[in-house]
Write a protein that binds this ligand. Structure first.
Ligand code: 5GP
Length: 192
């Protein structure tokens, strides 16, 4: 998505440790007009797939997932990173290692919101090593649901998580796909 590449080039900041900061439009302040476009683009990419529901992970995945869900007319479920009183009764859970914070956490979702046989589109803001999405894929599997595919705002291809998921036969789409990045250069994966 050309506009995503422009936003990353104009507003993104590369931090040490391979982290891209996009707080001005995605991770802290949200560019709501652009968010709408992200939702439309995800809906366009998956228009020929059967999608019953979108699953994301709190917190930064939620806006992108909701934008896509509104375009596609499907509900959005977000996995919680901590077991709270909002998750009562039985739940599915998976362990995830956080790339940005270098710590482990669990993702949990109530069994009421992922049903056997449902086709689930997984959405997140970033795809790096794939830990977060692998956690969500585990929740989908535990529920007996099926992944319809993955859509992320930004994939950092050089970390390999996206290709590992593709190698499992799951479709992965990124609105911006970064092949490499350094202080003074960001190179995008060219679309085939
Ligand atoms: P993964 O689990 O694929 O290694 O990392 C994905 C998760 O880590 C995303 O949910 C995102 O919140 C966070 N993340 C990974 N890399 C970056 C990055 O470069 N910038 C930001 N802002 N978040 C990232």
């Amino acid at each position: 998505m050309r506009k995503m590449e422009e936003k990353i080039l104009n507003e993104g900041k590369v931090l040490p440790g391979g982290i891209l900061k996009v707080g001005s439009f995605l991770n802290q302040q949200i560019d709501t007009e652009f968010l709408k476009e992200m939702g439309k683009e995800i809906a366009r990419l998956y228009e020929n797939e059967e999608v019953d529901k979108i699953l994301t992970i709190e917190a930064s995945g939620i806006p992108v997932a909701v934008a896509a869900g509104m375009e596609m007319g499907v509900p959005v479920v977000f996995a919680k990173k901590h077991l709270t009183s909002n998750v009562d009764g039985a739940f599915y859970s998976a362990d995830v290692h956080s790339f940005t914070r270098d710590e482990d956490y669990s993702v949990v979702v109530s069994i009421d919101f992922l049903l056997p046989g449902e086709k689930i589109l997984l959405v997140d803001d970033f795809l790096a090593n794939g830990q977060a999405l692998n956690g969500l894929l585990s929740l989908v599997k535990q529920a007996g649901a099926e992944p319809a595919g993955v859509a992320v705002a930004i994939e950092k291809c050089f970390q390999g998580g996206g290709d590992e998921i593709r190698a499992r036969g799951i479709r992965v789409e990124a609105l911006g796909a970064i092949e490499s990045m350094s202080d003074n250069e960001i190179v995008f994966r060219s679309e085939i």
